[in-house]
Design a protein around this ligand. Structure first.
Ligand SMILES: Cc1cc2nc3c(=O)[nH]c(=O)nc-3n(C[C@H](O)[C@H](O)[C@H](O)COP(=O)(O)OP(=O)(O)OC[C@H]3O[C@@H](n4cnc5c(N)ncnc54)[C@H](O)[C@@H]3O)c2cc1C
Ligand code: SF4
Length: 512
């Protein structure tokens, strides 16, 4: 098929965009460097998933010291949403403006919450998001209820929520993108299992970019997904103002695919790498990079996993990830430290198998005891866009990722806040593990959007300032990360971009 629109990458950005554009009747081709994630028993085996990293790329990136590391990235149809934890929160309204943090302010967005709100609503519908409005004190305005009811707490988690509330905390039902029908479990696609967060879904019941994005898009009949097809370089015409095609490597060998519009959706790091690799006479620093911002401002959150242990109480919960807490999201509550701390949510249940995959030297009996008694959490603090935190390529085309954390004091205080909360409700032991550079799950920021072409790469509809028909639609567009998980925002913006792109096609603004 000769594409009108060529999408490079099939994750949260690319997959959602394909679905949103499909009703237009345009020919759409999605290139995905990986294949379909195999449906196999290993999908739900902790050793295969966490110890052997069966679904992560074998690629090595290099840190700022030139040391290689294996990024935790899934190069498959659906991208990282195939293994995500499905926590699907909207950004808070204040996250769109500059926010003051201990290490400096965030960059404000060129759009407000209200601009994205209708697209969040659509994304929540497409991705089966379950939740309950009105419980989270920081949630942004929305008059419609969630399209699906909140996922119920199992008894131990209901008890944790009750005790938190008794102590003045406001736990809310975490919005989750899983296709679960609790009213009719017998016919529910999701079986509410304990291998969801970080695992692929063997029964295809996660609201991921394959099942909520590409597959419905393909039903339109003029959307083609080509797997094992890696975009290598984007080509422009001699003016440098228009993209004319993409050099692609696949088992068919090298080829050039032309299209009227090219959308880069390869994930924040790979999208920046692709733009940098596409430099030419007119774009000597990389495509769309006159601002010198391509690859810069990489963010990925300060994230820590937390094991809270109650030696006297067991936790038999199967599906645990049902509570969120935003009590210190906007403000620490300490007048001497007038900054936000971040977001707290439950993690998928840590089983002995999961712990063993991560701590193989600890005796199995200890890990089993810990898993039996723990309630497991995930805490997130916003990090800041810093120009020196960046993606670059070396002469061999290898990806280098320089990253230094910011706002660590906020993160430490968030950890302490959670520890105090949990100490009061029966968890005297609380263990933290901060994520390292290989945990690229929440990558964003490397081609930020903005109104000013001298300080941003993309316009507010994610079109490159310098090229009429090049868009970047994935986590790269975000000028600030907020402290909530990124996917729903990437999906909502993809739907918003699709709408604007269709208007351009209808207006004849895009030559054949
Ligand atoms: C373990 C884990 C848990 C997570 N949990 C959550 C969560 O609970 N909530 C949440 O909101 N987010 C979560 N995330 C993050 C979420 O998955 C990402 O934010 C989201 O998938 C990013 O979307 P994207 O479109 O930017 O990139 P991706 O989804 O990564 O998609 C990029 C796609 O492009 C492909 N690609 C790359 N290079 C090329 C190329 N040159 N040519 C062709 N194709 C290419 C890749 O193979 C991939 O399929 C999690 C991530 C991980 C890894
Ligand atoms: S909890 Fe549901 S969506 Fe998640 S892996 Fe299990 S069956 Fe799939």
């Amino acid at each position: 098929m000769q594409p009108d629109v060529l999408i490079l990458g099939s994750g949260a950005g690319g997959g959602t965009l394909a679905r949103a554009l499909a009703p237009s009747g345009l020919n759409i081709v999605v290139l995905e460097r990986g294949g379909y994630l195999a449906r196999e028993k290993q999908n739900w085996e902790p050793r295969a998933v966490f110890a052997e990293q069966r679904y992560h790329t074998n690629e090595r990136w290099l840190d700022k010291h030139g040391r290689p590391f294996r990024p935790g990235a899934a190069y498959v149809v659906g991208g990282n949403t195939k293994v995500y934890g499905a926590a699907t929160l909207r950004r808070r309204a204040t996250d769109f403006g500059p926010v003051r943090h201990v290490d400096g302010p965030t960059q404000g967005w060129p759009i407000a919450y209200e601009d994205l709100a209708p697209f969040y609503t659509t994304a929540e519908r497409w991705y089966f998001v379950h939740g309950k409005r009105g419980e989270d004190p920081t949630e942004p305005p929305e008059s419609e209820p969630y399209p699906y009811p909140p996922i119920g707490h199992e008894p131990r988690i209901a008890e944790v929520a009750r005790r938190l509330r008794k102590n003045g905390v406001h736990p809310f039902h975490l919005p989750l993108a899983i296709n679960l029908n609790e009213a009719d479990r017998a016919s529910s696609p999701c079986i509410r299992c304990n291998t969801c967060d970080g695992f692929p879904c063997l029964v295809d019941a996660k609201g991921d970019a394959e099942w909520s994005g590409l597959r419905p898009a393909q039903d339109a009949g003029h959307v083609e997904v080509r797997i094992g097809a890696r975009a290598r370089r984007i080509l422009t015409d001699e003016t440098g103002r228009r993209v004319i095609g993409v050099e692609v490597e696949s088992d068919r060998g090298p080829e050039t695919i032309t299209a009227r519009v090219v959308i880069v959706s390869a994930g924040a790091v790979n999208s920046a790498a692709l733009l940098l690799a596409s430099r030419n006479d007119k774009h000597p620093n990389g495509l769309a990079n006159a601002s010198d911002q391509v690859g810069r401002n990489y963010m990925c959150h300060n994230n820590s996993a937390v094991l809270a242990i109650s030696p006297l109480e067991r936790n038999p919960t199967i599906f645990q990830k049902t509570i969120g807490i935003n009590d210190v999201y906007l403000d620490s509550g300490d007048p001497a430290f007038p900054y936000p701390l971040g977001h707290i949510q439950l993690l998928g249940k840590a089983t002995a198998g999961v712990l063993e995959a991560q701590r193989p030297r600890v005796p199995a009996s200890i890990l089993t005891w810990m898993a039996t008694h723990s309630v497991d959490w995930w805490i997130t603090t916003e990090d800041l866009a810093r120009p020196e935190n960046r993606v670059t390529l070396d002469a061999q085309g290898k990806i280098h990722l320089a990253y230094r954390s910011t706002n660590l004091e906020e993160h430490t205080r968030l950890a302490q806040t959670l520890k105090t909360m949990l100490g009061k409700i029966g968890f005297p032991i609380v263990l933290f593990q901060k994520m390292g550079i290989e945990a690229i799950a929440h990558q964003c920021g490397t081609a930020r959007f903005g109104a000013d072409p001298t300080s941003s790469v993309l316009d507010p509809f994610c079109r490159a300032h310098e090229l009429e028909n090049l868009y970047v639609v994935d986590g790269a567009f975000m000028p600030s990360a907020s402290a909530v998980n990124p996917s729903l925002t990437i999906m909502a913006q993809a739907i918003r971009v699709a709408q604007s792109l269709q208007e351009r096609f209808r207006a004849g603004d895009i030559p054949a």
